[in-house]
Each structure stands twice: as structure tokens, then as C-alpha cells.
Design a protein around this ligand. Sequence first.
Ligand code: NAP
Length: 262
Amino acid sequence: MDLQLTGKTALVLAASKGLGKACAAALVAEGADVVIGARDRGVLETAANELRAHGKGRVLAIPVDVLDPKQAEEIVSATADAFGKLDILVNNAGGPPFGRFETFDDTAWKAAFDLTLLSAVRFSRLVIPHMRKAGGGRIINIVSLSVRTYLANSVLSTSLRMGVTGMAKMLSDELGPDNITVNNVAPGLFLTDRVKDAFPPVTPSGPTLEQMLATRAKDIPARRIGQPAEFGALVAFLASPLAGYITGATILIDGGASRGTY
Ligand code: NAP
């Protein structure tokens, strides 16, 4: 299936590693021109070189901290300037810390708000004029399975991501007439650095990381952890012209891990 992404321009945030990088890789492989952003310039450049080696579209790496409003404005303008327009935004950021409710004070909540909800709000606001000018667009927010089912120790992520899904629903209604779709993609468990770091440290007498992952996989109907490339493929489809009738949706990609029946 041709996803008809050749000639489209995408901005993928938090894309030097993990799920963001996998989204960028899928878009570039399908012919889109992609700007990737993250804070660490060296890691970002390495990722851009990898994407260039495997993809059809052009790749530009621009360092950005999604918490910084000025840097947000600059990367959006630079994307439109570099490739002539902006059709696709993948809103992503490193997730907030894991922990139980009573471990987080106001400062931690405000930081999680800035990272998870306000950054998605701000980037959505910035890209809308470019998408209107292009005659349409795609806004895709990376959220979490926790918006559909209980995940222990994820109170910051769950609370703020529900704000993202609420914002996306409102925005999908307002932007429908502009041919701009707004959707959320909710990952279950994918093997990225963030997930590896969330497991207890490996000790000589304890289980290996592979054994810990295998134990977790027993609770997932697919009996395995997701591959970031599978996540990227879903995002590339949602970003494509073929997905024009999908908007306001939150799509789970979790190997069946959510037992919800809705
Ligand atoms: P990851 O592998 O740790 O990658 C995180 C990426 O975000 C890196 O490129 C990092 O680069 C970038 N980043 C972090 N803070 C940033 C900032 N302030 N500004 C710009 N870029 C920033 O994480 P991941 O697993 O792909 O997770 C991506 C998102 O999906 C997170 O919100 C996570 O909570 C969510 N999620 C993941 C899973 C999963 O199974 N992996 C499940 C549910 C939800 P720099 O550090 O260089 O900036």
C-alpha cells in the first residue's frame, strides 16, 4: 500500500530515540521529509544519519527542548522554511517520572504539566496556521495505554495524558472543517530506553533484562513486548492522506494488554 506521504513534511518531536525515532523512520521510509527534534545534539545527529541511510525522504535534525516556548516557535518555523510547508506534527516528549501519588509535590505536578500537556498544546497551536495554509494536516499525540487502563506508578503520566486526549477531542472538532485530523496513539509496552530504565537494575544473582521482559510479556495477550517499528507504522498510516476519516480517536497499540471492552 502506498501511503502517499512523498512530498509531505513532518515535524517529529522527541525523536532521537525510542518511539519518536521509530515514527520518524516510518515517515522517512514512506518518502516524507522529516525534521526531528530532541535536546541532545549528538544523539539527534546520529539518529538523523541513520534515518537518512534507510529512508527516501529528506531528514533535518534541529535540537529543541519542548519545554521552551521560543525553541518551539523556532523549530516550527524552521521546518516550514526548510521544506516549504508543514503537514504533519507528531507531538512527543520524554515521559514524566514514575511513582506513587504521595511521592509528588506541586513542583513535580507543574513540571509534568509543562512536559506532557502544555508542550502538546503549544506545538498544536503553532502548527495550525501552517496546516491551514497547506490545505490540511495531521496532529498525532503520543500518549500511553494508561489513558485506557490502570498502570501502577504512573499517576503523573495518566493524569496529564488524559488532558492531552481531552484537548485532542476538542481540537478535532474545531479543525475538522480545515481538513486537519487530531488523534492520539496510546502505546502499551515497547522496548525503548525509557522502558529499560524502568526495570530494576540487573544484578549477578537476579534475573536478566530479557527474563524480566519475558515475565512482563506473560500478561500481554500477544505474549511479547512491542517493537518500536510497529508503533511507527501505525503513526505513518495515521499521518497519511489515507487516514483522513480518522479524527478525535485514541488508538491503542498494546498487543491486547488493555482488558477494557470499550
Ligand atoms: P525514550 O526512548 O526515553 O526517548 C525519549 C525521547 O524524548 C528522546 O529522544 C529524548 O531526547 C526526548 N526528550 C526527552 N525530553 C525532551 C524534551 N524536554 N524536549 C525534547 N525532547 C525530549 O522514550 P520512549 O519510550 O520512546 O517514550 C516516548 C513517549 O512515549 C514518552 O512520553 C513515554 O512516556 C511514552 N510511552 C512510552 C511507552 C513505551 O513502552 N516505550 C509506553 C507508554 C508511553 P533528549 O533526552 O536528547 O531530549
